[in-house]
Design a protein around this ligand. Sequence first.
Ligand code: ADP
Length: 651
Amino acid sequence: MFKRILIANRGEIACRIARTCARLGIEYVSVFSSADAASPHLDGAVATACLGDGPAQDSYLNIAGIITAAREHGCDAVHPGYGFLSENPGFATAVAQAGLAFIGPRADTIAALGDKARAKALMRAAGVPTVPGTDEAIDDPVRLAAMVRATGLPVLLKPTAGGGGKGMHVIRTGEGLDEAIGSAIRVARSSFGDGRLIVEKFIERPRHIEVQIFGDRHGSVVHLFDRECSLQRRHQKVIEEAPSLGLDETMRARLLEAAVRGAQSIGYINAGTFEFIVSQEQQFYFLEVNTRLQVEHPVTEAITGLDLVEWQIRIAAGERLPRSQADIRASGHAVECRVYAEDPANGFRPAPGRVDHVRWPAQARVDAGIRASGAVPPFYDPMVAKLITHAATREDALAGMRGALRDTVLLGLTTNLGYLRRILEDPAVAAGDIHTGYLDTRLADLAAPGDTRLAAACAAAASVDTAAAGPWSARGCAGPMDRAALNPDAPLGETQVRDGGTPIGVMLVARRGERLALRVGEWLVETTLAPAADGLRRGELGPLPWTARLSEETVAMQIGGDGYCLDISHDDTGRSLLAPGAARAPMPGVITLLSVKAGDTVQAGTTLAVVEAMKMENRVLADVDGLVRAVRYAVGDHVDAGDLLIELEPL
Ligand code: ADP
């Protein structure tokens, strides 16, 4: 067995691998970038090594740096986690050449299966059904057009080197085919450095079902059952379950057997995931193999009671599979939710930033990669945690997850917790009546921004001092609410909060103990308000729990999982922090373009600057016609969310 493993990753997956190492008595070395110097994935390591600056290409993708660290610190193996270098055959080879064990499949397996066209050809040869279409990957637009016609519409164009659901194009009509092919090639080239595409029949409303397999160096392959990953947003998984839904036992047996046969046919070693899509006619087709641990591996761990990271380590150390197929059993149902620092109301834009209060649910397994207070850096995938529940039935596992989401607080950060809550409240999801496009068809409802009037009511409620005096008393309010009760509509006080530049008036009309009634415009909002604890205010607004932290100027809130930050400052000018003409950074990142200088005049809508974060360009636009008063930063500067970049004087 290994004595010391280098974990070549960060965040929740590095923490997850570290946990198993600690349990097995294996020491681990953790690597980090300068943006992660205080990250929890470094806790408990016998040694740590800084790989370089924040951007992944300067740190977590630095193969030479990782190998040097592993050698210097006396490691005998490297675990790549997922993402980053986990499916890079060059990395697996470099690790082996340095005399270290790579905890994953052989480099040639990774290379063969990393190319979707080759993977399909290999699996077809092994008798595994593949999606109709071509197995050949090409970037010749004329031949691609011929292949599209030969396959028959609708088709899907897929980058052969693709991953993460990126760069896929559905083609439904022959109109504009050449342009669509040209653009798909360009996207594949820029995203994956390889413009070659494969053409596949587009399966309508399919389900995504995958099989976890393991092979050892002694020729044995087993499966650890199947997972349902049909709840996707733009072909990326959001919620996963085990086992999958709606397969009858004969079909499940065929699917599991196909995956094992496919793995055996190529002498697969270590953990792998065989991904399939299942048509409405209940036909299953092989999609691809992921040659690494999956993000969603915990649902398999929950139903089998096995530790998949332990299996990976033992197999890489040359041991036999820990269990035979007959001894691997599944029980109950498990659900996983991926928690992202992203803004569903703004096209799911990554939302890195500071979190200032974290509370995890007691009733779920939590695989997290952030601390109670700290920053989510802008350079990496914005997933911050996964919640996993397991129960005897799917219904109970989903109910457990609803409770877990209710009890999760990530204050200060914009997250998808509200989106996850709405998904789990959806009747079709509860009934298991889903397909891979389902969430996107319900996008408008599920990603809906919450109503700021509710947030305004909670912000005002949070400023009520419940300890001050008895019920029904104007003196029961303090802070901005502490007004003389001159307004009969607001017998207990009134205040104003601001959402951006927009003022929202809130009146406190009744209070009995912990129950408050507030009026926002025509709306009457009722909420409870618990006594202050840990500097936080909490309450329940109907079925939605809320948590708030007040500072002098703002109140940061999470209501039913949705994050808000409202301005409650009462300065003399009444000028809000977010007044018109103040162009601020939408997220932490690096300024890559400044298109104005002091003295310029600009029209509303003009791009003033571009802030790049998480590989996305965010344009900062002028919100008014104005004269540029000051440009406060230069190209290349790092900025934080909310930093004032450019001041405009409205004209
Ligand atoms: P990636 O490697 O980018 O994740 P996959 O081939 O694994 O790409 O496909 C990701 C998702 O795209 C699938 O889960 C499914 O939702 C959708 N998809 C892939 N191929 C097809 C197809 N032929 N027809 C319909 N949907 C597909």
